[in-house]
Design a protein. Structure first.
Length: 308
């Protein structure tokens, strides 16, 4: 399908929303249910780079999660050029442990040959992956900001249209930093609200929301809660002027965020990020430390969510 036909197709998106939502209803919209335990629980596997698919799946199974969030992107577990050959092997390793790839973390923020957008997303969708995290955009601080935000619109439009055709949901993570789209929240949300939640939503990151918003994170949460496709839990401490990752519950992130999720009966996926972990996971001593950190942080998360 050509670029122009994709854009015209989006005009009829409302006609397709029902069928797309039917295929991803349990994973796309911010569904609210009475029992918070319906959340799919996963963790980001970036720090496990270098382990085999079976080893990653085995560790995830030990943690008692439902799935994983894995980097399938340049310098990730699987390079985009190898997705057709390698992703089926990874998914099969997960299935053997009764796990899923809850979120595929990609290097995709537009429809392009360079990013192998269609190949990656079509392969993932055929293998049952329901959602992927997009690559961020960045501002050029030497140029006016508002026109740059508007310039992203056609890229998003084409990507969202392709995702509807394929049956996979794009998610955008809010980052913190001086030049990240989504750092102030309202910018990406101003574009996101033009779409239904099953078409385009947040990986809402309470770490980055707290870094950028301080005490006003409840405002950002209230603004965006109708477009939460996934929730990220991780924590940080201020080291001078820099936010440094730390174990959950030992930093600035408030457990009140978990209370808000429970109050709103948020029933979508929750991903735990332990990106403060460093070292070679192929070293048995390092991997033992990783296991202990996972268990510790999951224990805190379960206590916050009232699952313990």
């Amino acid at each position: 399908m050509s670029l122009s036909s994709r854009r015209s197709f989006l005009q009829n998106a409302s006609l397709l929303a029902g069928s797309i939502a039917a295929g991803a209803a349990s994973t796309s919209t911010p569904a609210f249910a009475a029992d918070a335990k319906t959340n799919k629980l996963c963790f980001f596997t970036k720090h496990l780079q270098g382990l085999s698919y079976d080893d990653i799946a085995g560790l995830a199974s030990e943690m008692g999660v439902d799935g994983v969030e894995s980097p399938i992107r340049p310098k990730g577990h699987i390079e985009p050029e190898k997705v057709e050959d390698e992703l089926p092997k990874y998914i099969e390793a997960l299935k053997k442990q009764n796990l899923e790839m809850t979120i595929l973390t990609s290097g995709i923020n537009e429809v392009s040959q360079e990013q192998r957008t269609e190949a990656v997303l079509r392969t993932a969708a055929k293998l049952g992956v329901k959602r992927f995290r997009m690559l961020y955009y960045k501002y050029d601080l030497t140029q006016p900001i508002w026109p740059q935000l508007q310039a992203v619109k056609p890229k998003l439009k084409d990507l969202i249209q392709l995702c509807q055709e394929i049956g996979i949901q794009p998610l955008f993570q809010n980052h913190s930093g001086k030049d990240y789209f989504g750092a102030p929240i309202w910018d990406i949300y101003s574009l996101m609200q033009e779409y239904k939640a099953e078409q385009f939503s947040f990986c809402y990151d309470i770490f980055h929301s707290t870094v950028e918003g301080g005490l006003q994170w409840p405002l950002s949460a209230a603004l965006t809660s109708d477009h939460w496709g996934a929730i990220y839990f991780k924590d940080f401490k201020w080291e001078g002027r820099k936010a440094e990752g730390c174990p959950l519950g030992q930093g600035q992130v408030s457990p009140d965020f978990a209370k808000l999720l429970k109050k709103n009966k948020y029933a979508g996926p929750i991903s735990l990020h332990v990106e403060y972990l460093t070292g070679d996971p192929k070293d048995p001593a390092v991997l033992k430390g990783f296991r202990e950190a996972h268990l510790r942080d999951f224990k805190v998360l379960k206590e916050w969510m009232g699952w313990a």
